[in-house]
Design a protein around this ligand. Structure first.
Ligand SMILES: Nc1ncnc2c1ncn2[C@@H]1O[C@H](COP(=O)(O)OP(=O)(O)OP(=O)(O)O)[C@@H](O)[C@H]1O
Length: 281
């Protein structure tokens, strides 16, 4: 496997009224084509900052990002971003939202008919053909998120960047979305970087889980390879020893090695059995 993305020795320093704040220190990671990477770490450690640098929305203070050996200096359609709060334009239908993105990327390359077929194909991937003519306020949160993913996929990005894409969804919808994403990724072999706060989600979906230390000067603490066979079935995995061992290793990193010392968070984690806690603060 060849590295498609090289996040090379990144520092990120933000100027603040109280002086410089070093959010990231020497973040270094190579990602292979087709890999599914989860970024996990406590709130405020710098996960979104890493994603924003890869997206080209932030320029690293030191180091940089290479995509196919080319330096990332600005956002581009080869890196599609899916946010937690689906960012669909409310006055356009699901179809039109996707069409807008597709036109940006394929305007000169596809005929009107090809474009229509391509949009419908991507709606089909997320099982949303039936809602294509509905506006965002006429569909549920989970459906909006599916449309957001279809829009991102329709741009045929080399990398899919997902910032807690299922964070706002109820548990059942979230499980459906995770299964859909695994299915799509198996089919298309997308390279994905996903931020999550959910340990089970990270283990279920990822090829590698990148665990970040607490900031300031956050960096990669450990990387866990998840070599569970695919396709993965959440029900079967619930009793799988390897799955549970992997889950325990992420929990141990978060609640023992990178335990948060803030009083409130301390109280919350003390009041719960950390082995049964999969959503982190
Ligand atoms: N533009 C900015 N200016 C100043 N500080 C910033 C800026 N963006 C992020 N930070 C700080 O950098 C640190 C990392 O923020 P970031 O949003 O990347 O964390 P995160 O791990 O994604 O958090 P969460 O899980 O809560 O979304 C935080 O301390 C944050 O306050």
């Amino acid at each position: 496997m060849s590295a498609i993305l090289n996040i090379s020795q990144i520092d990120m320093v933000f100027p603040t009224p109280k002086g410089d704040f070093t959010a990231l220190k020497n973040v270094d990671l190579k990602i292979n084509r087709g890999e599914f990477i989860s970024l996990i770490g406590h709130s405020g450690c710098g996960k979104s900052t890493v994603l924003n640098v890869v997206a080209g929305l932030y320029q690293a203070t030191k180091g940089g990002v290479l995509l196919n050996n080319k330096e990332v200096i600005e956002p581009g359609p080869e890196r599609a971003v899916v946010f937690q709060n689906h960012s669909l334009l409310p006055w356009l239908t699901a179809y039109q939202n996707i069409e807008l993105a597709v036109k940006q990327v394929f305007q000169q390359k596809m005929s009107a008919l090809e474009m229509k077929q391509w949009i419908e194909h991507n709606l089909h991937l997320v099982h949303m053909e039936h809602a294509m003519h509905k506006r965002p306020d006429e569909i549920s949160g989970g459906m909006k998120q599916r449309i957001g993913i279809a829009r991102a996929l329709a741009m045929q990005p080399e990398i899919l960047l997902m910032d807690e894409p299922f964070g706002a969804l109820d548990a059942l919808t979230r499980a459906h979305m995770q299964d859909s994403l695994m299915e799509i990724q198996q089919q298309l072999n997308n390279t994905v970087i996903m931020i999550t706060h959910d340990v089970d989600e990270a283990v279920l979906l990822s090829d590698r889980i990148v665990m970040m230390t607490n900031g300031p000067e956050a960096t990669i603490g450990e990387i866990l390879t998840v070599d569970l066979a695919r396709p993965r079935n959440r029900v079967q995995l619930a009793n799988d020893q390897q799955y549970n061992d992997l889950r325990a290793r992420v929990l141990s990193f978060l609640y023992e090695k990178q335990r948060k010392v803030a009083p409130l968070i301390g109280k919350i984690s003390q009041s719960k059995n950390s082995n049964e806690t999969s959503n982190i603060a």
